[in-house]
Design a protein around this ligand. Structure first.
Ligand code: NDP
Length: 449
């Protein structure tokens, strides 16, 4: 493991998020390498950490004042052993190669766990859609796609949304792809319903995460009924996580954005959630506006000088980190334990720092790594691809049923793989081992590429 980390650190200095993701998977799969000497001889770990292809490009666009702006675009085509590259596009000022490589790496194993034929990829730009007009976002998306279109396709690479890329951005990106290629194909997922989108796709990551949590609780003869839950973020994943928790009888008391968080002791009910959806998806406002409408809640501004995030310092039973990577540090992990949290289910990708994960594993709480618990989004994207190929549209109940079944299967796969390697109940080890084994075996079947 040390050799691998030294290799990637020497080759790609400064990519700390990528090292973090590689180290977590690498540690988990060492016993798999020990049991399969061929894997070492075939250098599978060295091969799997190296993207098959990285595309970096200039994205010039004009703002509403007539000033030309220049951003950087990326697409990481990480691994295509089990299907076309698949993974979201992220538009956020923090986007860089390290973050996208970590996300693409995680995506490879996540997609393998869904049992659908999808390889792993990720992309995006350091463009910040916040505060931009619809016209500016459109011009940016058109410029971005005017380069990306030559690298993607329904059988090659099928991007989707992620942070900062929702239905609006997917629409502009798809329109430009269609114009340039003169073909209407399922090249992007997360499309709107009227032109190729799938029912339940917007809900899928959040719903899937809660289905996974319910499966974990069932192993201890428990349900979400009457459980108090902390949810971070207030975007796509968070909104539908809250919706499903409410449906299953739980109480959600927090939501956040990068400016701060709200704590609503009475619970965010369906009406309040509708307000948040309108606030975030239509008005594109800030979560602080929640207390203007619901004065019983308390708003706390984000404070980067603190050594912890106060959102995680409330009495609760369950936590659903659903905003971004490394949002739970060691102190937050300790606070969660102090406050009685018995389940952490990751909606975001890699939201828990390794020190926090170690605390969860030590305390033997129910801990689901994002690559397992948030796989519902990409799973329904896979179902959207299937519907596009058939030019059919399945009813919501059918997609939801399939989603539920996929999450149940991922849960069982993680438990089985963990037990096989003597780590009963360790979902992180199970997810890494199962995803890795599937991808590596496909790579070996296909020869040295
Ligand atoms: P959205 O853009 O819809 O929402 C992201 C939310 O997280 C916003 O509330 C945003 O606040 C907050 N956030 C983003 N960056 C930061 C930051 N650096 N610090 C604090 N808060 C932040 O994205 P999604 O809901 O789609 O994605 C959330 C997470 O889920 C990401 O980790 C993503 O990779 C993961 N994920 C998403 C899937 C999907 O289907 N959408 C599938 C699987 C995983 P603000 O508005 O202030 O930026």
């Amino acid at each position: 493991m040390k050799d691998i980390l030294t290799l990637i650190k020497d080759r790609d200095p400064g990519e700390k998020e990528f090292y973090q993701a590689v180290e977590e998977v690498g540690e988990s799969v060492l016993p798999v390498l020990d049991r399969n000497p061929q894997y070492r001889q075939e250098a599978v770990l060295e091969r799997i950490v190296e993207p098959e292809r990285i595309i970096i490009f200039r994205v010039p666009w004009m703002d509403d004042q007539g000033q030309v702006q220049v951003n950087r675009g990326f697409r990481i085509q990480m691994n295509s052993a089990i299907g076309p590259y698949k993974g979201g596009l992220r538009f956020h000022p923090s986007v860089n190669l390290s973050i996208l490589k970590f996300l693409a790496f995680e995506q490879v194993f996540k997609n393998a766990l869904t049992t659908l034929a999808m390889g792993g990829g990720k992309g995006g730009s350091d463009f910040d859609p916040k505060g931009k007009s619809d016209n500016e976002v459109m011009r940016f998306c058109q410029s971005f796609m005017s380069e990306l279109f030559r690298h993607i396709g329904p059988n090659t690479d099928v991007p989707a949304g992620d942070i900062g890329v929702g239905a609006r951005e997917i629409g502009y990106l798809f329109g430009m792809y269609k114009k340039l290629r003169n073909e209407f194909t399922g090249v992007l997922t997360g499309k709107s319903l009227g032109w190729g989108g799938s029912l339940i796709r917007p809900e899928a990551t959040g719903y899937g995460s809660v289905y996974f949590a319910a499966e974990m609780l069932a192993t201890r003869n428990e349900t979400l009924e009457d459980k108090t839950c902390l949810v971070s973020g207030s975007g796509n994943v968070s909104q539908y996580t809250v919706e499903k928790i409410i449906e299953l009888g739980g109480k959600v008391v927090t939501l956040s954005d990068s400016s701060g968080y709200i704590y609503d002791e009475e619970g965010i009910d369906a009406g309040k959630l509708d307000f948040v959806k309108r606030l975030k998806n239509i008005k594109r406002g800030r979560i602080s506006e929640y207390i203007d409408k619901y004065s019983e809640a308390v708003y706390t501004e984000a404070d980067t000088s603190l050594d912890h995030n106060p959102l995680w310092d409330h009495k609760a039973d369950c936590a659903f980190p659903s905003a971004t990577e490394n949002e739970i540090n060691e102190k937050d992990g300790m606070n969660l334990m102090k406050n009685g949290v018995k389940l952490v289910c990751e909606g975001a990708n890699m939201p828990s720092a390794p020190e926090a994960i170690n605390i969860f594993l030590d305390k033997k709480i129910l801990y689901a790594p994002g690559k397992a618990s948030n796989a519902g989004g990409v799973a329904v994207s896979g179902l959207e691809m299937a519907q596009n190929s058939m030019r059919l549209s399945w009813p919501a109940e059918e997609v939801d049923q399939r989603l539920k079944m996929i999450m149940k299967n991922i849960h069982q796969t993680c438990l089985d793989a963990a037990s096989e390697y003597d780590k009963p109940g360790n979902y992180m080890a199970g997810a890494n081992i199962a995803g890795f084994t599937k991808v590596v075996n496909a790579m070996l079947d296909q020869g040295l590429l």
